[in-house]
Design a protein. Structure first.
Length: 312
């Protein structure tokens, strides 16, 4: 059986989608056709949502409550790699693997010699970019702001699993150290979002790390999953929520579970998109500065890279 031996584990909103598509172009690399299968995210069950209930939109809360199983079983997961032929590297990209507390051990038990790759982004802008994505998908009440969402949470709790996902994802060194507890350092490679500006060099380094040819030309002209602000067509959303449960149940039985998920369900409505520059608002950045500054300093020591620009 041809199992994955490479995992792009994070971080979310840091360019992982673009890297996933670029890696797919290499003839010696097979990337799982379904991005973010997330099979190893919660090996012991899915925890409750981390969003404030009074800020979450009604439709999103109802969709989650009635959602079918989201993550593939082991059998379904292995079947995702049926297309592997002679590729040397067999990989998948699930950015939320970075924050799963039990994920590193689960991946290690499955593939102890696997190579692990990450891209990390300025936590202020990354958290705001993720907020825009969640807002676009209708997760929050209309008009809820980034600062309002942050202010509604207890950010003094350093138990990462109790912090809101927008924040706990960005304590990078703590998450990386969980991987280093089980994987040798030479099986891990970390890039920064700033490295994307020299994509040719990044890909060259990535290919060397993966042990495949660096002489392959990759088309990097397309950018994927850029942050957008979107407004939902609530008429379509209302119609979707009026579909009788019996019909929804029938769809669940006929459509693969890996496709019919809450993630797909909440994107069923019509959206109008407008690209926005992703820069954390100054009021939110000031609010987050005492929270993220120590985390950035810890990461500097771990990666031995100067991250002072992240604090400006």
């Amino acid at each position: 059986m041809k199992h994955p031996n490479f995992f792009l584990v994070g971080a979310s909103k840091a360019g992982t989608t673009s890297l996933y598509h670029y890696l797919k172009q290499h003839p010696d690399i097979f990337m799982c056709p379904e991005k973010e299968p997330s099979h190893f995210l919660f090996p012991y069950g899915v925890p409750p949502l981390m969003f404030s209930d009074d800020l979450m939109s009604h439709s999103f809360r109802e969709n989650i409550k009635n959602a079918p199983r989201v993550f593939p079983t082991r059998e379904e997961y292995i079947a995702m790699f049926d297309g592997v032929r002679e590729e040397k590297i067999i990989g998948e990209a699930s950015p939320d693997y970075l924050i799963g507390p039990d994920t590193p051990q689960a991946i290690f038990e499955f593939a102890p010699s696997a190579k692990i790759m990450l891209i990390l982004r300025n936590p202020f802008d990354a958290a705001y970019s993720e907020f825009l994505m969640n807002q676009r998908d209708g997760e929050f009440k209309e008009g809820a702001t980034f600062l309002e969402l942050l202010s509604a949470e207890d950010l003094s709790d350093r138990d990462l699993q109790k912090l809101p996902k927008l924040i706990r994802t960005r304590f990078y060194s703590k998450h990386i150290n969980r991987y280093l507890e089980v994987f040798p350092k030479d099986q891990m490679r970390c890039f920064l979002f700033e490295d994307l500006y020299n994509m040719d060099q990044l890909l060259n380094d990535a290919f060397e790390f993966l042990g495949v040819s660096t002489q392959i030309r990759i088309d990097t002209t397309l950018k994927y999953n850029a942050a957008k602000a979107q407004t939902i067509d609530y008429r379509t959303d209302l119609i979707r929520n009026l579909i009788p449960p019996s019909i929804k149940s029938g769809l669940k039985k006929t459509i693969p579970a890996s496709f019919y998920s809450w993630y797909w369900n909440r994107r069923l409505g019509v959206h109008q998109s407008e690209k926005l520059p992703v820069k954390c608002p100054e009021d939110a950045k000031e609010y987050l500065m005492p929270i993220f500054t120590p985390a950035i300093q810890e990461l500097e020591e771990l990666l031995e890279r100067d991250l002072s620009l992240w604090l400006k």
